[in-house]
Ligand binder design. Structure first.
Ligand code: TYM
Length: 337
């Protein structure tokens, strides 16, 4: 067993992955992966907490797994698996449900936002979603959880659950569950919508013009950037609260070009939108091209993805089942016969 710290994270297979998912999460998984022992899952149990299409769920799940590889997840350091293939996730969720106060879940910002959008059809699953996420993290005794800013509250809840569990069921100084820490990089932690610089870029935004998906063609990227919201001011600047679009688009340019903030600020300070937009378009197309080529290669090799996921499942299951047994024993359950 390696003595590296463990990382766990995941993305939901609802809709296409976009630049927010990439810059806020997956890019950071890739960059840090050689320092850690990593588990990356496709969280298909989370995907059914909102209305979804059963006819495309399996294909969407595989697509996300292929994108992990395409973005640079390296199997020498990381395992990739599908959440629903490891049944311990569901089982630990039930056990943790019974020690999680209802009002903790009702206070979650993302739950409140999504519940408002769904009106009358809010499922118990949507409310319980953060407990499932806690189970994902805790089954692997993860030290670090690399995510975008919007998931921070869920990791704080996970920490509350750990403290509550260990307090109730563990012997002093012998915690059963490990306290995880969020890993949130300032740059890219909150990528905003192309059609409204005050709103997060999101898979659930009804307008596809609001986001750039990782598999968008060069024409689609050009169209979206051409139509994206700007302001009437000449010269682009970071960090002006009056100009959220300018800040967001400059951040995208900075992250996708690999230039520093200072370099970008100087380069774009006198630029008009008419000059900047083609520059951002070209930079985005070039940054996504290697990902798209690798995606094509991964999906064209028959049986490859399945073999990656089978191996990932085995590695994940070995650890998850062990934690589950420890949790059940601590809670007073008899050992399985
Ligand atoms: P999900 O699928 O909504 O998003 C996946 C990851 O992308 C990040 N992200 C963003 N980052 C920056 N700007 C944005 N506009 C943006 N939109 C999304 C998210 O912060 C996330 O890191 N509950 C999680 C999935 C999950 C999970 C887990 C994560 C389930 N179990 C265990 C970590 C550990 C979610 O719905 O992410």
């Amino acid at each position: 067993m390696s003595n590296r710290q463990r990382v766990l994270s995941g993305v939901q297979p609802t809709g296409d992955l976009h630049l927010g998912n990439y810059l806020g999460a997956i890019r950071n998984w890739v960059e840090g992966q050689n320092q850690y022992d990593n588990f990356f899952c496709v969280v298909d149990l989370h995907a059914i907490t909102v209305p979804y299409n059963p006819a495309t769920l399996a294909a969407d799940t595989y697509k996300v797994a292929a994108l992990y590889l395409a973005c640079g997840i390296d199997l020498n350091y990381s395992s990739i698996f599908i959440q629903s293939h490891v049944s311990a996730h569901s089982e630990l969720t039930w056990l943790l449900n019974c020690i999680t106060p209802l009002n903790w879940l009702q206070d979650m910002v993302q739950y409140k936002e999504k519940a408002i959008k769904q009106g009358e059809n809010v499922s118990v699953g949507l409310l319980d979603y953060p407990v499932l996420m806690s189970s994902d993290i805790l089954l692997y005794q993860a030290d670090k959880v690399p995510v975008g800013e919007d998931q921070k509250q869920h990791i704080e809840l996970t920490r509350d659950i750990v403290n509550s569990f260990n307090h109730k069921f563990a012997k002093p100084n012998q915690p059963v569950l490990k306290l995880p820490e969020p890993l949130i990089r300032k740059e890219g932690a909150r990528v905003m919508s192309l059609t409204d610089g005050t709103k997060k870029m999101s898979k659930s935004d009804p307008s596809d013009l609001s986001r750039i998906n990782l598999l968008d063609s060069p024409d689609e990227i050009a169209k979206k950037i051409k139509r994206c919201k700007t302001d009437p001011v000449r010269g682009l600047e970071f960090d002006n609260p009056e100009r959220p679009e300018s800040n967001n688009l400059l951040n995208l340019y900075m992250l996708l070009s690999g230039k520093t903030k200072q370099e970008v600020a100087v380069e774009c300070q006198d630029m008009g939108w008419g000059t900047f937009k083609p520059l951002l378009t070209e930079t985005t197309i070039n940054a996504l091209k290697p990902i798209q080529e690798k995606y094509k290669a991964v999906t064209e090799e028959k049986g490859y993805l399945e073999s990656v996921l089978r191996e990932g499942k085995q590695k994940a299951e070995a650890i998850a089942n062990q934690t589950l047994l420890q949790v059940k024993a601590a809670m007073g359950y008899s050992a399985p016969l």
